[in-house]
Design a protein around this ligand. Structure first.
Ligand code: GAL
Length: 958
């Protein structure tokens, strides 16, 4: 082994994918011996390659001064260097294929015993993932160099291995390499050996690779099985009566139960030679594009999908497999049926779970060169995708993914990567893939004209585009017209939102060609940290001293970093629900099975009628089993007479346990109003005494309330501001609402008391409300009346001037004592709801503490709004407090800090409770939209400047 070679690192600046690697092949386990090399290794990080110890790979190198580091892991998450987040920009100069001299280089060493029995058996050293480039030595012998961070690498270790002895494995990992130019995904830059390392015995005459082709003919219900192997082997599927059948031959196996994402039936099989036996699971399914539609087993499928990055708040992309399993179960329970592995192949075991639990998977190649697009969005100057120097790397990456994952029934499409422009290297990848695997269509969103791919894919299109594509009125060009349409990304789940999910789903259900989409994205990539005083919070870009970063744009998931579902996930679950239950004009409900394959036979339909939110009667609705896509109309049950507003709620629930949910799990829900509210009038009649009216005492200087039945209050005053959501900020969206609001000063309104009129039985307060240096403002007139028990407010709000944008909210703010810590309400709940995100909410009576009302978004912002509130009671621990009701309905938030503090906060730890509770009682809010990346709030969910009227009744609790 020449030390000269060791000292030089030309490979760092070579687009080539490495040297010395074995050809790519399927990932599988067998009865051949294997040594798990995961564990605690010795580790040393150097700031540059030159400063790294030149001879660290030598067996007798002294590593006593080194640190321990777990493998798999990222070194930045174990105290060596810092993570960094960028979305599109490269954190180093665009100077391909060169990388900076300051290139953190991690040297790893571990030793292990190899059994004597391995003598004479070929051995393969396998790495499932190293970020970004590594050079490997075993017992002082160099095995090779590899890059392609989220892809496996194998090296022939036979000659270097010492069977029956101690072996020393040394790996040098560089944070940056030429490969980094094609790994510019929107995520943390994290380095190291972050997936498993194994030493595999490869018995002579064993099975090195195999390719299962298990097709299903939906017309006959029959399966055909062909297993390709390089050398002859025997395949057995006992359940199908197939025993020791030959590989490389078609076997007609008769009637089979097909695999699909809803009923993922798999057959247990073994593939064997005399030297090796491989246990496997086979799923029969056929993926085709037929008449412009993507079908599986002859049926059009609909993606109810999410984009999934591999992420864990403590471990980065080294996610423990039990966490992955729980995460996939969580998806199933929220009716998600599809995953795009954005933007690289996942850990291989994740795909086994997808086979087992049932997901449609788009497996995406580890290629993104987004930073090249920034300078010139049309041209992408110097883009590796169109540079012949990089062709080998592109093809290598595709090949390693396809070969590794080709035996998974869940993988139904290959994706060439993400946001890498378009170039000839894509053509080469596509061509190779089609030849290698004609059984799966190709996807790549960046191929806008569909030159090389089989599906027309788009990111964040507005509804109008989806509608036009659905009607074949867009994409007139020849190449796209005959292709199915999918949204590989839509509904940007950053912060509070996304709104408008129902509207997209309606189009997917209306137009066969629109085959669903994948919400961006599944998880917030927040890294767990602690504040100086020990409080836990999640960090994002900029929290680690990065000179260049994209802040909290990495916090854009449906679940928080610790996988707590957000309101957005609950909304998505309601929109993706496989059972829909809707009221008809007659006294009936329409129930539909929205599964593409599964029958609804192990389902019960529970109903309950609630009178002002309290159950009055319940039962079970008789519904026949429903075939996929079947619908029935069922008469409402006989219901008892009620005297207040009453709703019938019907819930479809599993009657038996499923692998992904327990019996009782809800598959869908619907509500029917069976008795409307009795119209209510505002209390009047009580005479004013000075500045007291009924239970209310006024502050004549401001025209607001000072006390309510002796309880100190402050307000109510007109408020139109909300702490902007990420979607209001509109970072990459079509509108920046929050900027317009700030420019108009909505966050700093001043109130001028114009008139306070004391009538016999009313107090009328007239104000003009506007911001400094603004002419535009609002007239707000508060008319107060009362009876003995309650005081009523009728607020009229009229714009004075132009407001050419929707208002965040319109209503009043009222501060009440902080001891009022519990809220019970009758309205939409239990979770938060906004105008365009209310599918998961139902009308009912709910109780939560003020603290439980908050959704702790990692980047603080407006949250916790409850819609369509008829009344709410704020109570202290003794049951004292007051009720706010309305003859109409209102929107309510309650929190222990002001909107101003919420606006200024950067992390959850910035939210410090006051000793009061701030209530916002609103006519309404503008909806949420998806404007952080994509379309802003839909027209019909925008709140105009008015005039508005808000009517409230404040009554102390007896
Ligand atoms: C897309 C990209 C994703 C992510 C998203 C915004 O353009 O493919 O990786 O950056 O935008 O969060």
């Amino acid at each position: 082994m020449g030390s000269l070679l060791i000292m030089t690192t030309p490979y760092l600046a070579q687009p080539d994918p490495g040297a010395g690697r074995l050809p790519a092949r399927a990932a599988f386990r067998s009865d051949a011996a294997a040594i798990d090399l995961n564990g605690t290794w010795r580790f040393h990080l150097s700031p540059t390659v030159a400063e790294a110890p030149a001879d660290f790979w030598q067996v007798d190198f002294d590593d006593t001064g080194w640190h321990d580091l777990p493998v798999p892991a990222h070194w930045q998450l174990h105290g060596h260097g810092e993570p960094a987040y960028t979305n599109v920009v490269y954190p180093f100069p665009i100077d391909p294929p060169h990388v900076p001299t300051e290139n953190p280089t991690g040297d790893y060493r571990t030793d292990f015993d190899a059994p004597a029995a391995w003598a004479g058996t070929p051995a393969v050293l396998r790495f499932e993932g190293i970020d970004s480039c590594a050079r490997v030595w075993l017992n002082g012998h160099e095995l090779g160099v590899t890059s392609g961070s989220r892809l496996p690498s194998e090296f022939d270790a036979t000659a270097a291995l010492i069977p029956g002895g101690r072996n020393l494995l040394a790996v040098r990992v560089h944070q940056w390499s030429a490969g980094s130019y094609v790994e510019d995904q929107d995520m943390w830059w994290l380095s190291g050996i972050f997936r498993d390392v194994t030493l595999l015995a490869r018995p002579a005459g064993g099975i090195d690779d195999y390719f299962v082709h298990a097709d299903y003919d939906h017309l006959t219900g029959r399966g055909t099985l062909r297993v390709e192997t390089a050398a002859p082997a025997r395949i057995s599927v006992p359940e199908l009566g197939l025993l020791d059948a030959a590989t490389n031959t078609d076997h007609a196996v008769g009637q089979v139960r097909p695999w699909n994402a809803e009923t993922p039936y798999r057959y247990q099989a073994t593939l064997a030679t005399d030297a090796e036996t491989v246990p496997l699971w086979i799923g029969f399914r056929t993926v085709r594009i037929t008449d412009g539609l993507l079908t599986v087993n002859g049926r059009r499928i609909l993606f109810r999908g999410v984009n999934r990055h591999e992420f864990h708040p403590d471990h980065g992309r080294a996610v423990p497999m039990d966490v992955v399993r729980d995460e996939l179960l969580l998806m199933k329970r929220h009716h998600i049926n599809a995953i795009r592995t954005s933007h690289y192949p996942p850990h291989p075991a994740m795909l086994e779970l997808c086979d087992e639990l049932g997901f449609w998977v788009i497996d995406e190649c580890d290629i993104e060169t987004h930073g090249f697009g920034l300078e010139d969005w049309q041209g992408w100057p110097g883009n590796p995708s169109d540079d012949p120097q990089w062709q080998g790397a592109y093809l290598d990456r595709m090949r390693r993914m396809v070969e590794r994952d080709k035996n998974h029934p869940s993988v139904i499409m290959w994706s060439l990567g993400n946001e890498a422009g378009i170039g000839d290297n894509h053509r080469v990848m596509a061509q190779w893939t089609r030849e290698r695997d004609p059984g799966r269509p190709l996807h790549y969103e960046g191929d806008h004209e569909c030159r090389y791919v089989d599906v027309y894919s788009a990111m964040y299109p507005p509804l109008a585009t989806v509608d036009a594509v659905g009607r074949y009125e867009q994409a007139a060009d020849e190449l796209r017209r005959d292709k199915p349409f999918i949204l590989c990304e839509y509904a940007h789940a950053m912060g509070n939102g996304p709104g408008g999910l129902r509207d997209y789903q309606d189009l997917f259900e209306r137009y066969p060609r629109c085959q669903g989409g994948f919400v961006w994205e599944w998880i917030d990539h927040g890294l767990r940290r602690r504040s100086a005083d020990g409080q836990e919070y999640f960090g994002y870009g900029g929290d680690f001293g990065e000179p260049l970063h994209d802040g909290h744009f990495v916090i854009d998931g449906l679940v928080s970093p610790d996988r707590t579902p957000s309101p957005g996930l609950r909304e998505l679950a309601a929109v993706y629900a496989p059972v829909t239950i809707a009221a008809t004009d007659a006294d009936s409900v329409r129930i539909r099975n929205r599964y593409d394959f599964a029958a609804l036979d192990q389902v019960t339909y529970h109903w309950v009628i609630e009178e002002e939110g309290l159950p009055a009667a319940e039962g079970t609705l008789p519904v026949p089993p429903l075939a996929p896509d079947e619908e029935v109309e069922v008469a409402l049950p006989r219901l008892p007479a009620t005297s207040a507003e009453s709703w019938l709620t019907i819930s479809a629930r599993l009657t038996v346990d499923q692998p992904w949910a327990a019996a009782g799990h809800e598959l869908g829900q619907g509500q029917v109003m069976v008795r409307p509210a009795t119209p209510r009038r505002l209390p009047t009649g009580t005479k004013r005494r000075g500045d007291t009216l009924g239970p209310a005492e006024f502050d004549p200087a401001r025209g607001t309330l000072r006390a309510l039945a002796g309880m100190a209050v402050d307000g109510p005053r007109l408020d139109v501001w909300r702490a902007p959501t990420d979607n209001d900020e509109g970072y990459y969206g079509d509108r920046k609402l929050a900027q317009a609001w700030r420019d108009a000063g909505l966050d700093r309104l001043q109130h001028r008391l114009v008139d306070l009129r004391r009538d016999d039985d009313a107090i009328v307060v007239t104000t003009r409300v506007a911001a400094a240096q603004q002419r535009n403002g609002f007239w707000a007139t508060y008319r107060w009346t009362a009876d003995q028990q309650a005081v009523a407010l009728e607020l009229s709000v009229t714009p004075d001037g132009e407001f050419p944008f929707p208002l965040p909210r319109v209503g009043v703010r009222l501060a009440v004592p902080g001891t009022l810590s519990t809220v019970e309400w009758f309205g939409l709940g239990p979770g938060e709801a906004y105008a365009d995100s209310r599918q998961a909410a139902r009308v009912g009576r709910f109780t939560r503490t003020v603290d439980e009302w908050q959704t702790p978004y990692i980047f603080p912002q407006e949250n916790g709004g409850r819609m369509s509130v008829r009344w709410a009671e704020l109570r202290d621990e003794h049951g004292g407090g007051f009720r706010v009701s309305s003859p109409d309905t209102y929107q309510l938030t309650a929190r222990r800090w002001t909107s101003e503090l919420l606006t200024a906060a950067q992390h959850t730890t910035d939210l410090v409770a006051d000793d009061v509770v701030y209530l916002n009682l609103d006519v309404g809010h503008t909806g949420l939209g998806s404007g952080s990346c994509g379309p802003s709030v839909g027209e019909r969910y925008r709140l105009g400047p008015g005039p508005h009227r808000l009517r409230l009744i404040l009554a102390p609790l007896p």
